[in-house]
Ligand binder design. Structure first.
Ligand SMILES: C[S@@+](CC[C@H](N)C(=O)[O-])C[C@H]1O[C@@H](n2cnc3c(N)ncnc32)[C@H](O)[C@@H]1O
Length: 234
């Protein structure tokens, strides 16, 4: 199943759910390698910064929501947390090489008991969710009061010069690399386009607040090309 329409349009609703799941199933064997390449190795630092945003929890059980192949699970375990991963792509879960318990499930209906977690992290998946408010609601449900939420995702720099550089890389070079190394040019055309799903960061922060979070903070990294959103379960 194609993830983009004939005219390059992004899918919506159930069509998005199925297309995104199928796309990650296909990408899974080459996903980690492509990630390092297209982020120029910087994704490791971005993930560490996201784990830093959980620091007030001081250990505990942390969900890696939309864990994919489990990169964040590894970072969490290395910092003394007990991670669990959930993702809806069977292909991504099968490609994960981690000791962490992993479950197949949807972010909008988590297979996890209420108030049972100390933290929820989410890497590069917010823009892939169909029902973002339902996902934020589920994050609030599974966290204990005082538990922490931290998510990072790709975004577009507001500075014109940096935005132009970002476009050259993500809309020019990345689809080409996706064709040659990732063997799926369409998926790597979807990647830069999919930032359009994310609302402006102020709205995103407000929606996290409405879901039941306080102390909501947002920051950008690497010239505004990555967004870090965090909050505390109220
Ligand atoms: C760009 S990958 C990120 C994987 C991993 N978090 C990382 O940092 O490398 C996005 C992941 O979100 C997952 N995903 C998208 N929508 C989902 C949903 N509704 N429920 C669960 N997982 C979802 C995909 O299967 C995919 O593994």
């Amino acid at each position: 199943m194609k993830v983009l329409g004939r005219d390059g349009s992004l899918p919506e609703g159930d069509a998005k759910h199925d297309a995104v799941e199928g796309m990650f199933d296909r990408l899974a064997p080459r996903y980690d390698r492509m990630n390092r390449i297209i982020s120029l190795g910087m994704d490791r630092g971005w993930r560490r910064r996201t784990v830093d945003a959980l620091a007030t929890v001081g250990g505990g059980v942390v969900l890696d929501l939309a864990c994919g192949t489990g990169d964040l699970c590894r970072d969490l375990a290395a910092r003394g947390y007990a991670p669990v991963g959930v993702d809806f792509s069977a292909g991504m879960l099968a490609a994960a090489q981690v000791d962490t318990p992993l479950m197949r499930g949807d972010g909008a209906a988590l297979p996890i008991a209420s108030a049972s977690l100390d933290g929820v992290m989410c890497g590069f998946a917010l823009r892939n969710f169909v029902y973002l408010d339902a996902v934020f609601g589920e994050c609030a449900r599974v966290l204990r009061v005082g538990g922490r939420f931290a998510a990072l995702d790709a975004t577009v720099p507001t500075n014109r010069l940096l935005r132009a550089g970002n476009a050259v890389w993500f809309r020019g070079a990345v689809p080409l690399l996706g064709r040659v190394v990732g063997r799926d040019a369409e998926a790597y055309r979807y990647l830069p386009k999919s930032t359009a799903y994310l609302p402006p960061v102020v709205e995103l922060a407000e929606r996290l607040r409405v879901a039941g979070f306080a102390a909501v903070r947002h920051a950008t990294l690497t010239g505004g090309s990555v967004l870090l959103l965090s909050g505390t379960r109220a």
